[in-house]
Design a protein around this ligand. Structure first.
Ligand SMILES: [Zn+2]
Length: 262
């Protein structure tokens, strides 16, 4: 996942996962003088939630002496997640927020000249996404997830997930044993309903049949290998609005912003 001279942009939210990854990457970075680590924080504009997390993230960056860059939806896209929610009939902005967060992290990482983006998805997040993609009837989406996402066309920065084989429980344990403060309240806009059901199902399965999550992760890896051999590479265009690479005329984020800001 990492090279000795990588400049890693770590997506830091202030939750247990990203703070744990920050603590681990800092130790690695210190052993490799030509590597660099920058924390990227995104302010989605979620009152009473993100503000607390950003404070915790800033506190940790200062303590570890890590450079921190914060970008906000308001300045990048002209709208906050709280404002997006008001325009949606079902009031669940997760898919919108997710697309915009990826774009914001990418922009910030390019701004600081990073070579890779690291996110703190753990084993539980990863296998939930595998089942989500399958239940949404879109197994080819598996190719757009996984431990290392490399764009062979070189248009997107490589994304890595160093905690992808670590169960969530172990990340929590690391965070508690390290004794650092992390955000424990959940987003006020709730989580995707289907993901919540999948989380409960996988926890139940793993309790009854130990190792289920690891097996599912391995199966997804094998499926990715098979899909990569078969899937034709898509051509990329420049989004006609923002210039970012996209297989369509406009990128996903610009299409979403158009609908919520109309
Ligand atoms: Zn665009």
């Amino acid at each position: 996942m990492l090279k000795f001279n990588d400049h890693i942009a770590l997506a830091l939210s202030g939750g247990k996962d990203s703070l744990t990854l920050l603590n681990i990457l800092v130790k690695l970075e210190r052993r490799f003088p030509r590597s660099k680590l920058t924390a990227i924080c995104v302010d989605e504009g979620i009152e009473g939630y993100r503000d607390e997390a950003l404070l915790l993230a800033t506190k940790m960056c200062r303590r570890l002496g890590i450079e921190q860059v914060t970008v906000s939806y308001k300045e990048l896209f002209g709208i906050t997640t709280d404002e997006i929610v008001k325009t949606l009939p079902d009031k669940t902005p997760c898919s919108y927020c997710g697309v915009l967060r990826r774009k914001a992290i990418n922009k910030a990482a390019l701004m600081v000249n990073a070579t890779k983006i690291a996110t703190a998805h753990n084993l539980d997040d990863e296998v939930q996404t595998v089942l989500l993609n399958i239940l949404h009837g879109d197994p080819t989406r598996l190719l757009r997830s996984g431990p290392v996402l490399r764009d062979v066309r070189g248009r997107f920065l490589t994304r890595i997930k160093p905690l992808c084989d670590i169960p969530e429980k172990e990340v929590v344990l690391y965070a508690y044993l390290s004794g650092f403060e992390f955000q424990t309240i959940a987003c006020p806009h709730g989580a995707e309903a289907l993901r919540n059901d999948i989380r409960a199902f996988l926890n139940q399965m793993d309790q009854k049949h130990s190792g289920t999550k690891f097996t599912l992760q391995r199966s997804a890896e094998r499926l990715r290998e098979l899909l990569t051999e078969r899937a034709p590479g898509t051509e990329l265009n420049d989004c006609e609005k923002c210039g970012d690479p996209t297989p369509h005329r406009f990128c996903e984020a610009c299409i979403m912003l158009e609908t919520v800001m109309a």
